[in-house]
Design a protein around this ligand. Structure first.
Ligand code: C5P
Length: 199
């Protein structure tokens, strides 16, 4: 198993084919709006039979609504879902939620993310930008191994395979770079998660 989560931002047919191809090679898959808008919960049900699934709808609602959505995706087979760090103050600790602490692109999180990091310890883990390894290193320093760190931004967004892992992430989230060419998975051959062995 390579420390990689494949972001299946593509159509369902291609997503299923990539998931079949890489199921033994990777730690899991990330499903977002693309597949959910195409086919509802069905992609979550089908792909979670092939591996662990994180659902990334970047939730940012009141706890009542967030909990209902998380319940639905977990019932469909996902381990967990991603929520915006901005709503962390209203959420109860929840091992089914990854907290987004900083984006891979410029956002207002750039001024706030340090405030959010300690809170991520109450959740399954933090989502931190793999194309900014110094951020990942700082998040790991604060969290220790108390929570997972998963990092997008590798390949299409400029991060190099392994950059985020070497900075302290457990898993790199990779979309376009692997969807275009699944054999690139060999670029993660010698890498291991920093703290956690499952997503
Ligand atoms: O294709 P690429 O590897 O750039 O895809 C990155 C994936 O990670 C996308 O699914 C995107 O929604 C997600 N993501 C991100 N930056 C964040 C959080 C999630 O790129 N901060």
């Amino acid at each position: 198993m390579r420390p990689v989560i494949v972001a299946l931002d593509t159509d369902l047919k291609r997503a299923l084919s990539i998931a079949e191809q890489l199921r033994e090679e990777v730690a899991g898959f990330k499903i977002g709006w693309d597949l959910v808008l195409e086919a509802g919960l069905d992609p979550i049900r089908r792909i979670s039979k092939l591996g662990q699934v994180i659902v990334d709808l970047k939730l940012a609602d009141i706890p009542y609504v967030v909990n209902r959505v998380v319940n639905k995706v977990v019932e469909a087979g996902a381990c967990c879902a991603i929520a915006h760090g901005l709503i962390a103050p209203s959420l109860e600790p929840d091992q089914r939620i990854y907290l987004l602490v900083r984006m891979t692109t410029p956002t207002l999180y750039d001024d706030l993310w340090r405030q959010l990091v300690p809170t991520a310890g109450k959740f399954r883990g933090a989502v931190a930008p793999g194309n900014a390894p110094s951020t990942v290193a700082e998040v790991r320093k604060v969290l220790g191994c108390s929570a997972r760190i998963i990092s997008p931004g590798i390949g299409a967004q400029g991060g190099k395979p392994g950059d985020a892992i070497r900075a302290g992430a457990d898993f790199e989230i990779v979309g376009r770079y692997l969807i275009e060419e699944p054999s690139r998975i060999s670029q993660w051959d010698k890498l291991k998660p920093t703290c956690w062995n499952s997503i």
